[in-house]
Design a protein around this ligand. Structure first.
Ligand code: ATP
Ligand code: MG
Length: 334
């Protein structure tokens, strides 16, 4: 039977990219009636510096975003990673399964460590092994993510296969990435070659789920584009990454294909298309923002939900981890 796991880092406020590439899809999977486990991965977040106050606020705000977007903490398991120690424990074992060479080839490592990788945290390098542990601690079969996480999911499959092979077991499933929809890679509003990220230093590069209608409209109005009007087929967007990005965003927000959006707005100038996109974005996001703000007024209730989710997650992961320790040959006598 399928079991879905996915996570988002509380490394900042959630963006439109996180919403369209991940969160919206998480809700769809839940609503299809599949078993769904969703995690605020706070241990991943500290691979780059987070002040304790920011981390706490971002974790609660992230949980509020999940619920506001439609995650029902009764039907899905919603929790934060550090409350379930199985993640860290299995992460260590996977640090001993994964190879340095595999990790060194990860593009996220190269992007985030930058030129000065000597000064990056060891955790940032090991990040994909902990991510494999997040998924495999539940023997999850499917992981909905954005396009940028494809390489990490391939590594998760490699780790599962190597563990199974090294120990001569058929224990971990080979997980399937689920990368679907019109907006699997939302690009920065300032640079069509960079993905939109919550950790981008420029706030103008992204739409935050906490942005109000004026901020959303202003960011879309100032989004980088080219001077050409929209073409009448997708072919005409081939070498126009910024234009293609706005069309993809429109499509994902409207529940249309990019081809349908282009057909509907053929010949429109960006001066016309951008206000239409802003109006659509506000109509989708503002109910979520309003609900997030309502939920954030009661942080104790959010903490209670995360605590309850953590206990339910632990109940699934602990027996799996016990079996792992046994397979590996750890003496367990207490
Ligand atoms: P950070 O900059 O801290 O890495 P992020 O915006 O990349 O933050 P993550 O927490 O790393 O967010 O990723 C959470 C989920 O959102 C993942 O499934 C990821 O693939 C997806 N995602 C992130 N950015 C985008 C994007 N621009 N378009 C579509 N999906 C995205
Ligand atoms: Mg990321």
């Amino acid at each position: 039977t399928p079991r879905i796991f996915s996570g988002i880092q509380p490394s900042g406020g959630l963006t439109l990219g996180n919403y369209l590439g991940a969160l919206k899809r998480f809700v769809e999977k839940q609503d299809e009636g599949i078993e769904t486990i969703y995690c605020l991965v706070d241990m991943h977040a500290i691979t780059v510096w987070q002040s304790p106050a920011d981390l706490r606020r971002q974790t609660r705000e992230g949980a509020a975003a999940f619920i506001a977007a439609g995650i029902d903490p009764k039907r899905s398991i919603l929790f934060n990673q550090s409350q379930v120690s199985a993640h860290a424990e299995l992460g260590w074992i996977f640090n001993c399964v994964a190879r340095m060479g595999w990790m060194g080839r990860m593009t996220q490592w190269k992007d985030k460590a930058g030129k000065n990788s000597e000064n990056a945290s060891l955790g940032l390098f090991a990040y994909p092994a902990l991510m494999a542990a997040d998924i495999l601690a539940y023997k999850a079969t499917h992981v909905p993510v954005g396009e940028d996480q494809k390489q990490h999911l391939e590594l998760t499959r490699d780790i599962a296969a190597k563990f199974n092979n090294d120990y001569g077991v058929n224990f971990f499933p080979i997980t399937e990435p689920v990368i679907e929809g019109a907006a699997t890679r939302v690009m920065s509003l300032r640079d069509g070659s960079k993905k939109m990220s919550k950790s981008d230093p420029s706030d103008q590069s992204r739409i935050n789920l906490t942005d109000d209608a004026d901020a959303i409209a202003a960011k879309i109005r100032k989004a980088k584009t080219d001077p050409e009007p929209l073409p009448d087929t997708l072919d005409g967007l081939k070498d126009r990454p910024e234009a293609r990005n706005l069309v993809n965003i429109y499509a994902a927000l409207a529940g249309l294909t990019p081809a349908a959006v282009v057909a509907e707005h053929a010949g429109a100038q960006f001066g016309t298309f951008k206000p239409r996109l802003a109006e659509l974005a506000v109509s989708v996001l503002s109910p979520i923002t309003t609900e997030m703000n309502r939920l954030m007024a009661d942080p104790a209730e959010i903490d209670r939900i995360l605590g309850e989710g953590s206990a339910r997650a632990e109940a699934i992961a602990r027996p799996i981890l016990d079996e792992v320790y046994d397979i590996v040959g750890m003496v367990r006598s207490r």
